[in-house]
Ligand binder design. Structure first.
Ligand code: AMP
Length: 420
């Protein structure tokens, strides 16, 4: 497989899938967080620095057809600021303007194509009217797959090299993230620097972790994380469970959880995970105490109880002191750490202490030499909120994509480049 750092783009034209799915201000349509744009700069600069030119393509939001509020135009001034260069823009990705501008592109130039999701064939899902039969559905899906291939083929004709650097959509089999790769020979397709660094961080945790390896799982529901926990049980030494999913485990073990979040249909599963951890010699750490509230509100009255003695009318919204102490101790003694999901309702100040304490313990463990990977929107938000992003080893940019990779799934955007 070609590696971008070894490739020379001199005199070449590359088409690069990036993830510019950035949040926009609803009134001014300016970019409110440019993290994702900054994430693509290394790859863009490498191609330009070598003396090549590039065509950027991305999605933004979930438009249904062409919708101006999902235009990629607001990205232009941000790119121009970081690259100190004019960005050419085609107001379509398949139309005449895109074709002619791509053909006329010269070394050193950058062309940004309009939102690829203005075309339903990007995602490959037909928009169906109501009351269609199964047969009609099947036919529409097949027709859409053909159109998806045609879209990918046309875009592939714009350049000699395809680079995928959109980690956030690597788990999608879309025209620009996966299908297009088939139209380039293996030596002319590769990952960009962002995907390479995401893969390196995840592979390090999954396949060459230094022991002890601790996985910290939090968030609302255990049902969202079952496959991840199961895969990690084969690899880690310790699993720490926090957040809302705690109470499903505690209830399954016969504890009293009051009105805490609980998935009644996952009690058996929780017991199976506990048994599997035992069988695999993985230490499973559940909270021992709980910070409870009498309502789901930052102004709620609170009390602290043992985690299995939450009274009726109260709900556990964060871990409490004894748990923080125990979890921090396990974290500090670890050499590899994966964190996915907050320890409590960290969006409310009153219930953010546990999540903040875990974030700080992870930063301290990093300073002690541990490799630490943070993934999932809320854990990343908690790390950023506490100003710790540069005090951990790696902060992933892809929520769903990271989760699926860590679950052991094959991601279409990754396998397409590797030719698997
Ligand atoms: P997830 O997307 O699964 O990582 O879940 C994140 C969400 O879980 C956040 O919005 C938290 O507020 C929520 N959460 C964490 N702990 C609890 C809890 N004890 N009770 C209810 N929600 C929680």
């Amino acid at each position: 497989m070609k590696m971008i750092q070894d490739f020379n783009f001199k005199g070449k034209k590359a088409i690069v899938r990036v993830d510019f799915n950035v949040p926009l201000d609803k009134k001014t349509f300016t970019v409110t967080d440019d993290t994702r744009i900054r994430g693509a700069l290394l790859t863009i600069k490498k191609i330009l620095g070598d003396g090549g030119c590039l065509i950027l393509m991305s999605h933004l939001g979930r438009p249904e057809g062409r919708m101006e509020k999902y235009s990629l135009k607001p990205v232009i001034p941000v790119l121009e600021k970081y690259l100190d260069k004019k960005i050419l823009f085609a107001d379509d990705c398949l139309g005449e303007s895109a074709v002619s501008m791509a053909a006329a592109l010269k070394p050193g130039e950058i062309l940004l194509l309009e939102n690829v999701r203005f075309y339903p064939q990007e995602e490959g899902k037909p928009i169906l009217p109501e009351n269609v039969t199964d047969e009609e559905k099947k036919a529409a899906k097949a027709a859409m797959k053909v159109k998806q291939k045609e879209m990918a083929k046309q875009l592939s004709g714009y350049a000699e090299i395809y680079v995928n650097d959109a980690f956030g959509t690597a788990h999608r089999a879309h025209a620009t993230t996966a299908v297009i790769a088939d139209f380039f020979p293996e030596e002319n397709r590769m990952f960009g620097f962002l995907i390479n660094s995401e893969l390196a961080a995840m592979d390090k945790v999954l396949h060459s972790s230094q022991k002890p390896f601790t996985a910290i799982m939090g968030g609302a529901k255990v049902s969202d994380k079952i496959m991840l926990i199961e895969n990690l049980l084969n690899r880690c030494d310790n699993i720490i469970i926090g957040g809302g999913m705690t109470y499903t485990f505690i209830k399954a073990m016969g504890g009293k959880i009051g009105n805490s979040l609980c998935e009644g249909d996952k009690l058996d599963l929780a017991l199976q995970l506990i048994a599997k951890a035992k069988e695999k010699n993985v230490n499973l750490y559940l909270p021992v105490d709980s910070l409870n509230a009498d309502k789901f509100d930052n102004d709620a009255a609170t009390n602290i109880t043992a985690v299995d003695a939450v009274e009726d009318g109260w709900m556990g919204l964060d871990i409490a002191e004894k748990t923080i102490e125990k979890f921090s101790e396990v974290i500090m003694a670890s050499k590899t750490i994966l964190w996915n999901g907050p320890m409590g309702v960290f969006e409310m100040e009153k219930f953010s202490k546990g999540t903040t304490a875990v974030a700080k313990a992870i930063a301290d463990a990093t300073a002690n030499g541990a490799f630490t990977l943070i993934g999932g929107g809320d854990s990343v938000a908690a790390i950023n909120k506490n100003g710790l992003a540069d005090k951990v080893s790696y902060v992933s940019t892809g929520g769903g994509a990271m989760l699926e990779y860590m679950e052991g799934k094959k991601l279409p955007g990754i396998t397409a480049i590797r030719g698997e």
